[in-house]
Design a protein around this ligand. Sequence first.
Ligand SMILES: NC(=O)c1ccc[n+]([C@@H]2O[C@H](COP(=O)([O-])OP(=O)(O)OC[C@H]3O[C@@H](n4cnc5c(N)ncnc54)[C@H](OP(=O)(O)O)[C@@H]3O)[C@@H](O)[C@H]2O)c1
Length: 435
Amino acid sequence: MSDSHKTGPLKIAVAGLGTVGAGVLKLLERQADLIEQRCGRRIEVVAVSARSRGKDRGVDLSTVEWYDDPVALAAHPGVDVVVELIGGSEGPAKETVELALERGRHVVTANKALLAHHGTALAAKAEAAGLAIGFEAAVAGGIPIIKGLREGLAGNRVSEVHGILNGTCNYILTEMRTTGRDFADVLADAQKLGYAEADPSFDIDGVDAAHKLAILTSVAFGTPVDFKSVHVEGIRHVSAVDFDYADALGYRIKLLGIARRTDHGIEQRVHPCMVPKAAPIAAVDGVFNAVIAQGDFVDRVLFVGRGAGEGPTASAVVADLIDIARGRSTPTFGVPAAQLSEAQPSPMEARRGSYYVRLMVVDRPGVIADVAAAMRDQNVSMEQFLQRGRAPGEAVPVVLTTHDTEEAAMQRALATIADKESVVEPPRMIRIEQF
Ligand SMILES: NC(=O)c1ccc[n+]([C@@H]2O[C@H](COP(=O)([O-])OP(=O)(O)OC[C@H]3O[C@@H](n4cnc5c(N)ncnc54)[C@H](OP(=O)(O)O)[C@@H]3O)[C@@H](O)[C@H]2O)c1
């Protein structure tokens, strides 16, 4: 179904009225005139669905039709667009989107989990039917990074995209650095303040950032969405002392998602990184997100903004609705789904770069020589070595950084070091990225 010829209102059905869904309804109401001016027609909500009908959502639902079942809502007659704001890669969200496409409705969604797992198949389905799937809100909330990459940088070959893709992690890491508190303590506070979910694992274990990275990779490189190839590590093992050492070494610690074209294929990884304090991304603190893209003609472009929350996410959802109302359409991931070209994933072991390693070792003669020997045996060259204070016979932290080396060699060296009887805790490693 194409709405480009239509001049009547764009009729939408909204499935999910939580933080994002209620935000979308508020924005559409408050900016109704502005939106009409910008796209020449109104956007009218005709039906909604959520679990509990009685809940006060701060929006007037008296004139819209209510559905208990979002999948039934997707089949509501006379709707142009179904907006899916439920969440989750399977279940009602997926069924709602699939039925909407089958019934010839465009889809707008903020659901990164759904797109990370099923993005390519859904894009193929939509494009075969001449429909759009808008997903600006699924990556970095209010930052228009999908449009930025897909449309703004459409004349470039993109070689790399990296960024801070999870505001909860960035908030926790920023608090740890500025207050010196430990991870568990800051996480508990973040939960009280509503910055972290009761079950925070998707955020702090890097899964949410990995969902977003998989989508960004597809848009940046014209490849099918390949979530299973993303290497994922979260921030649970970053300790308060790592921030002191990072500071002394000239770095900040950030959880980054990095997608890069390399000689080995396409690298996709999410893990804590040390970045030079002078790098623009190092200054992006708190709940803010940032994405940097490297294009061959444009060079480096930095996008910064709020990655979540009612207002920023609604802003992104409504931008997609306005595109549909205007009759503008772009292939979902920048090139038609049928032409997305499979690319070899580059294995994590092939990553080249430098490393920060923190060890707890018994302070006695010969221990450091053993560590150095394990590195030397793998051709890993050490750059700096820090030991603060002495406590003969006791466990003390020791920190080292390396010159550029291959991940596989680094992992072998760490495995040897971990086996030493004088090394009393598992070695902690943070990759250094020189942007
Ligand atoms: N929150 C953000 O800042 C943000 C940012 C970017 C993207 N997103 C994405 O946006 C989506 C929505 O997030 P959110 O934060 O708005 O979630 P949320 O506050 O938990 O809201 C989810 C909504 O879906 C409804 N729902 C859940 N299961 C349902 C079912 N089986 N049938 C019908 N309705 C159902 C809930 O109904 P009840 O209200 O009745 O319980 C609720 O209204 C997710 O994909 C999320 O990843 C969120």
